[in-house]
Design a protein around this ligand. Structure first.
Ligand code: IMP
Length: 200
């Protein structure tokens, strides 16, 4: 079975491919479809954006497509940055600017109130427009300074619960074991096994 991962983010697709390793699927990415139009992420939920991305890519490629939409929810900030995680500091923001803005917004928030979670929604879409979504979460705490150089996005300020290391200080394999993306993918993997692979 061929699956198109609806992302051009190299680190994200590497994470997804590592997690899918061993499954009986051929993984393609949007880099295999360079002319596929960019999907505008304009929905106000992770589910809405993931479904939109997966559906448009499935229609364009004529193949099963999988998209994820993910982000960070900080409870003391009313769940911001949420669906705006990638562009929290503005349209041309990068990881460094987003983190700087987050730490600034949280500078007066005491340690006990710095709880947050990463959320991932995986949407699975078929060219016939049928869709299904799977959610995954990882709970943690936002630190007060950047630590570590691995990962991407908000990893250098995110401590998963009961850990003294940020996501940027652990190995990719350690992150995969607990990540929101892994949990959402597991839901999708179980669904695939039941719905497709049990019949072959
Ligand atoms: P999107 O899912 O590509 O729309 O963007 C998600 C944004 O949320 C990323 O650009 C990161 O800023 C943030 N994010 C999502 N997952 C992670 C993660 O595993 N680590 C750090 N940041 C993440």
């Amino acid at each position: 079975m061929e699956i198109v991962l609806a992302t051009r983010n190299r680190k994200k697709s590497e994470e997804l491919q590592r997690i899918l390793a061993g499954a009986d699927v051929t993984v393609l990415t949007l880099n295999d479809f360079p002319d596929c139009p960019e999907v505008v992420e304009d929905k106000d939920t992770f589910e809405g954006n993931a479904i939109k991305k997966a559906s448009e890519v499935a229609s364009y490629t004529g193949r099963v497509a999988v998209a994820d939409d993910s982000g960070l929810e900080v409870y003391a900030l009313g769940n911001a940055p949420g669906v705006f995680s990638a562009r929290y500091a503005g349209e041309n923001a990068d990881d460094e600017k987003n983190i700087r803005k987050l730490l600034d917004e949280m500078k007066d928030i005491e340690p006990a109130k710095r709880g947050a979670r990463f959320v991932c929604c995986i949407a699975f879409a078929q060219p016939n427009h049928q869709t299904k979504t799977f959610l995954g979460f990882v709970e943690g705490v936002i630190g007060t300074e950047v630590r570590g150089s691995g990962g991407f996005g908000y990893d250098p300020v995110f401590y998963p619960l009961n850990s003294s290391k940020t996501f940027a200080e652990i190995t990719p394999k350690e992150k995969d074991e607990v990540s929101h993306r892994k949990k959402a993918l597991e839901g999708w993997g179980d669904y695939l096994k039941k719905t497709y692979f049990s019949k072959t």
